[in-house]
Design a binder for this molecule. Sequence first.
Ligand SMILES: C[S@@+](CC[C@H](N)C(=O)[O-])C[C@H]1O[C@@H](n2cnc3c(N)ncnc32)[C@H](O)[C@@H]1O
Length: 460
Amino acid sequence: MVDVKNKDRVRIGETYEIEVTGLAHDGEGVGRIGDLAVFILGAIPGDKVKARIISTKKTYARAQTIKIITPSPNRCQSDCEVADTCGGCQLHTMKYEEQLKWKEQFVIDALSRIGGLDPSVLPIKGMDNPLWYRNKAQIPVGKQSGQLVMGFYKTKSHEIVSINKCLLQHPLINKAMDVLIPLLNEHRIKPYNEVTHTGFLRHVIFRASISQNQVMLVLVTRTEEFPQFSLLIKELKQQLPELVSVAQNINPEKTNTIYGGKTKILWGEKYLIEELGGLKFAISPRSFFQVNPIQTKVLYDCVKEFADLKGEESIWDIYCGTGTIGLYLASKAKAIYGIETIESAVEDANLNAQLNKVTNAEFFFGKAEEVLPTLAAKDYPMDLVIVDPPRKGCETTVLDVISQMNVPKVIYVSCNPTTLARELRYLVDNGYRVEVVQPVDMFPMTSHVECVTLMSRVEE
Ligand SMILES: C[S@@+](CC[C@H](N)C(=O)[O-])C[C@H]1O[C@@H](n2cnc3c(N)ncnc32)[C@H](O)[C@@H]1O
């Protein structure tokens, strides 16, 4: 072991042999050089690697694996052609059973370290086949050797690793990519250049309906004028009969945000229709829809089980997206109220209620932290509140309303154990008990994990 007492002894560009003993929350291996923690890209626990230092901070350094000296017993061969360079997924060289063990432990540790909580955490629900599951891919466009290319960014960079398929994407999305890339080149579509803020095509979003075997494309462009579109779509359609919709989103800003404010349908349907648990859901180009349809059913069934509905409950589905969770429960509830901040998702939620002949659901457009307090003041009944916020979690106002309204039961669906732990702690400090936590692997091969948590109001 090298004797390193502080970060000043470690310099960018130096190489070290490091035993990897842990895994950080974003999937990097963790080891030490002397007393300095090092986060190592491309390494998993149990590996001994040779790694090059790529950055140093006050309390830690970051390194890139350049050689695996002794592989971990939990290492496996990845079939991905760009496994060494692409930053799209982090755990594909770790055996799937190990990934599941690690995710479950990560949830337990986050709840304990960040939340000071020690609830019952059920065994994680994984997939039988953890590949080809994604129904959506948001792929940046760039230029390499004079050609338009698509791919994910290299880890911690904006350098595109060119791909024409990904093992996590549904085969229909891979087929669509394979057809689209040569056509974009033939039609001389100019890729966007983020440095000079020139060019045309920034991102392509592929969405697939697995139940209908259909694809939607969203082309995110810097400018609106798109003279080649009708010929391009005609040729696309000939080679990709599963294509049902092509939309254009215009993002003229110099920003890392994918979408701009304006979206229009260039050709075909306004929505993709997906079926889940016997229900139909319309998904428009900008709406959120869970990316792993097989595990979404597992997730929603868990919410249904935790809800344990008797038929008389008024349920709040906060951060409702296209209304999926509420509609999943509607036949067993008295009323469903959803809140969502994307207007088109609220329109989809209303359409989804109609498609499924649900008449006891109402969806409100706006920010949960603004809409919920207003409706709570009007004395809407709240027997069960389900929150399913984005990664940054709920605004405190939402948690405050829940506890001020003495809601008897809360189900927290979370894609970020760190914010989950912090917010469960807040609810516990405001009169709630954590009954049980169910981790679900919605994102195999990546470091992400979803959880469904049941909480109940502590009797005074
Ligand atoms: C993780 S998704 C969950 C969607 C839905 N529950 C589902 O399972 O498909 C979070 C949703 O919250 C919405 N959202 C984000 N910030 C919000 C806010 N402040 N108020 C209401 N909705 C918000 C997003 O647009 C997105 O649809």
